[in-house]
Design a protein around this ligand. Structure first.
Ligand code: ZN
Length: 237
């Protein structure tokens, strides 16, 4: 029964992630105006705002203009529920840190996918949760408490070096500035070894997709997120 409450908690915040994904890159206020359809701008009824249920009940379309509601609206809510149950199952009440880390990281991943940019306010907030998650894990294992900070800075240093060094060789930008903070999130939350494994998974996946689709400008954060999530799940097995 408690897992049902946790799942509902997760989908509500998953729904809030949708608000962040749409409003932050479009420079809109997070609270006002109240929820509206991005296509026809009509305000939504309360019954159109129920996470998961409204999407299915409206048959994936806006009530007024009949335009399709993007799938990621539904996906964010499902993932919110999954992150909450996963975090609570593994860490109990302390899992709240893991939950917000996953949800904010996912938010960054969708924003990067659609807008090819990463809002600083969200990436620094996620970095904060990443370091807190590292501390939480260290606290459980009585490991050195300074490590998550050092790990985050170490990974950010390596990312900055790669950006300047490889960028200098090829004379073009190989990584966005925002990706440096994402490396910090990986280092702070997973530790240096697992962060490198996550980056390796992300790099190999990106390379394969680039070769298959012959697209050479791709957002990197979604792949780093896949690497992060795989390692997070493997670490808790
Ligand atoms: Zn509409």
């Amino acid at each position: 029964m408690e897992f049902l409450f946790v799942f509902v908690f997760g989908i509500i915040f998953g729904s809030f992630a949708n608000v962040l994904i749409y409003r932050i890159p479009n420079n809109l206020n997070l609270y006002l105006p109240f929820s509206f359809c991005p296509q026809c701008k009509k305000a939504l009824l309360w019954r159109d705002k129920i996470p998961l249920i409204s999407y299915l009940f409206l048959n994936k379309k806006c009530r007024y203009c009949q335009n399709k509601i993007p799938l990621w609206y539904f996906l964010s809510e499902c993932l919110g529920g999954f992150f909450a149950v996963f975090s609570f199952y593994h860490y109990g009440i302390g899992g709240i840190i893991c939950f917000f880390l996953c949800l904010l990281f996912y938010t960054l991943c969708v924003i990067d996918w659609y807008f090819l940019e990463i809002p600083d306010i969200l990436s620094f907030l996620t970095l904060g949760f990443g370091i807190c998650y590292g501390f939480y894990q260290d606290f459980n294992t009585f490991y050195s408490l300074t490590n998550p900070f050092l790990n985050a800075f170490c990974l950010m240093g390596i990312a900055s070096f790669l950006r300047l060094f490889i960028g200098g060789i090829y004379n073009k930008e190989v990584m966005g500035e925002g990706d440096i903070i994402i490396f910090g999130i990986l280092g702070g939350s997973l530790g240096i070894f697992y962060a490198f494994v996550a980056i390796f998974i992300a790099a190999i996946t990106t390379l394969c997709i680039m070769l298959i689709t012959k697209t050479y400008k791709m957002p990197f954060v979604p792949f780093l997120f896949v690497g992060f999530l795989s390692l997070l799940i493997i670490k808790t097995l």
